[in-house]
Design a protein around this ligand. Structure first.
Ligand code: ADP
Length: 615
């Protein structure tokens, strides 16, 4: 990078795109720019405090850690200054000329994903520094980095095509952002206007904010206070501050403990799922503090990954201040801390689910994916997570959910397993051949209908000491059911029929036997346990270019079914048609089992069957 004084730089294309949206959108909440800049100032101060506490030598070491805001109505400017870490020349280019940080990326992604009015999402994402161009015609960032021998610089831009960086002698450590307002936004240069905004959005900034010389915020660490000293409004304000959020929190858990670890934590569940389109993993949102000092705003490895939707603070006196982000992940103490909070939070959710099931159902509708992800990835908390699962079942109405605990209360005497079936929908399960046997015996079956549920079935082997068992497994020992009424093939005929089917289908099946489970369907295909694999896993194997072994099923036939009885006759009267239909029966059974990967041969056979029917 050259050191000539004035040096024009062009914005990265994405920044230009973003600025274009920011400047031209008919967004009404332009005031958020102030919150964004104050929160940047606060972050810069947190980082500086951390450097000081860990013994780094910093420029202008005696400057007080505070944010000073000045307004000038005549000049139409508002200036936000902090004594934080400041920026070097390279950092200016990196931070204020490109897009690297998650918030803005998510914002752009959401626009690509078709979020309609840009204005509505600006607020939600907080596009950070660039939001200043919603109100500014010119912005100057005077800055000097905390690092020894750093340059004093001034970054200037009108937010259109680019910016320049010049020397700025006299600037002390930190950043001073001078905003020259556009005429129509001159109001932000009025003191009362700024004061109102700061009170509303920045009350919890942990450093003093001085507006034209007057102190505006009360600095307090809410999480260190007693629960009964904090009002709902304060909690909600604090949530909005720490999560950069605009919504009201859905749940909050304020938890203080003295032993075995000193922990003060305050965590929130947001109103909305931060990964609504299921794409892009958001960063962890619970910050780690040690005695009010921020260690890491997005600590990886503190909480399990599936808890990344939580927002808030965990503060512990027991952490060493100089713990680095790298050593943090390996620290037994940090893990212990995360574990305590995770357990506490799981218990809290379970309590909430019981005390206000409607509210919990709402939460579950938005956040169940995280819980299910936890079941698969977090063995340590699997059982507690499983308690939070909710499913439809053969004993619930459509749309009504039940828990595994409730399932257990409805178990039949002597039933020592939990049955489940997996298919894309409730109706697919109820119209398939697998449920009949359970219905006639009064056994409840849980419905796994989401793609992720397939992984649950393979991760969650048991719950409360009872195995989870697939109701379409071939080796189930079901209690006897009452003998159904109506005509049936005799035992000898049934056996002869099975043998004929077996010969006709040859290698296509493992065996053909008389079913004890069927009442309404003619046949059912059952997979041996070791070949069990859902459609998701098969698809995954395929993308890995590994062939899933062609499953050989056990075909069970229903000797009472009209189709089977007719087919038994047709073996000798119309042998060709009978053979065709035997193959077709196997294919439809495989179809119900979700095992038909290539429908072509099935389609061809259907055409032949149709032709035969018209003979
Ligand atoms: P975000 O704060 O979400 O990272 P911003 O666009 O608000 O995104 O800021 C981009 C980056 O610029 C910040 O991450 C920070 O590194 C730097 N920055 C912004 N304001 C300041 C400031 N007052 N002091 C030091 N660095 C700053």
């Amino acid at each position: 990078m050259s050191n000539d004084t004035s040096h024009p730089h062009a914005f990265q294309a994405e920044v230009r795109q973003l600025l274009d949206i920011v400047i031209n959108s008919l967004y009404t909440d332009r005031e958020i720019f102030l919150r964004e800049l104050v929160s940047n100032a606060s972050d810069a101060l947190e980082k500086l405090r951390h450097h000081k506490l860990t013994g780094d030598s910093v420029t202008d070491a005696d400057l007080p850690l505070e944010i000073t805001i000045t307004t000038d109505e005549a000049e139409r400017t508002i200036t936000i200054a902090d004594s934080g870490i400041g920026m070097t020349r390279d950092e200016l280019v990196q931070n204020l000329g490109t897009i690297a940080h998650s918030g803005t990326k998510a914002f752009l992604q959401s626009l690509e994903a078709g979020a309609s009015a840009a204005g509505n999402v600006i607020g939600k994402f907080g596009v950070g520094f660039y939001s200043v161009f919603m109100v500014a015609e010119k912005v100057e960032v005077f800055t000097r980095s905390w690092q020894p021998d750093s340059e004093a610089l001034c970054w200037t831009s009108d937010g259109r095509t680019g910016y320049s960086i010049d020397a700025a002698p006299g600037q002390s450590r930190g950043s001073r952002i001078v905003i020259r307002l556009r005429e129509e936004h001159a109001d932000f240069a009025r003191k009362w206007q700024a004061q109102e905004l700061l009170k509303r959005y920045s009350n919890f900034v942990p450093f003093p904010i001085l507006l034209d010389g007057d102190r505006v915020n009360t600095v307090e660490a809410l999480w260190l206070k007693n629960r009964n000293e904090v009002t709902d409004e304060q909690y909600s304000e604090f949530y909005k501050f720490i999560a950069h959020a605009w919504d009201e929190p859905r749940y909050r858990l304020h938890f203080n403990a003295d032993a075995p670890l000193v922990i003060n934590s305050l965590v929130f569940v947001p109103q909305e799922n931060p990964e609504p389109w299921g794409m892009g993993q958001s960063e962890p949102g619970v910050a780690l503090y040690c005695r009010r000092v921020l260690i890491d705003a997005h600590p990886k490895g503190l909480l399990p990954e599936w808890l990344r939707f939580l927002r808030g603070v965990i503060d512990s006196d027991d952490l060493p201040l100089n713990i680095s982000r790298e050593t943090m992940q390996d620290s037994a103490l940090v893990q212990k801390l995360g574990d305590v909070i995770t357990k506490r939070f799981l218990k809290f959710l379970d309590g909430e689910a019981k005390s206000d099931p409607d509210k919990y159902r709402d939460f579950y509708a938005q956040f169940s994916r995280f819980i299910k992800e936890g079941i698969v990835t977090d063995q340590k908390h699997r059982e507690a997570l499983a308690r939070l699962l909710r499913f439809e079942s053969s004993m619930t109405d459509a749309g009504t959910l039940t828990s595994l605990d409730e399932y257990l209360t409805r178990q039949k005497d002597g039933q020592d397993v939990i049955y489940f079936l997996q298919a894309p929908s409730r109706s697919a399960i109820e119209n398939g051949p697998y449920l009949e046997a359970f219905k006639t015996r009064g056994l409840e079956v849980i419905y796994f209908t989401e793609p992720v549920d397939e992984y649950i079935a393979s991760s969650l082997k048991d719950y409360s000491g009872k195995n989870l068992v697939a109701a379409d497994a071939d080796n189930l020992e079901l209690p006897d059911a009452p003998e159904p009424e109506g005509e049936s093939l005799s035992t000898a005929d049934s056996e002869a029929f099975c043998q004929w089917m077996q010969e006709t289908l040859g290698d296509g099946v493992k065996e053909v036997v008389v079913s004890k489970r069927l009442s309404d369907s003619p046949v059912v295909a059952l997979l041996p346990d070791e070949a069990r694999m859902g459609p998701q896993m098969r698809a995954m194997l395929r993308t890995m270019k590994q062939e899933a072994p062609a499953p050989k099923v056990r075909l069970e036939i229903n000797p009472r079914h009209l189709l089977i009885r007719r087919l038994f006759q047709a073996r000798s009267s119309r042998p060709e048609a009978a053979q065709l239909l035997a193959g077709q029966l196997l294919d439809t059974a495989l179809l119900s089992a979700g095992l038909v990967e290539d429908p072509r041969s099935l389609v061809q056979r259907v055409h032949k069957v149709m032709a035969t029917a018209l003979e």
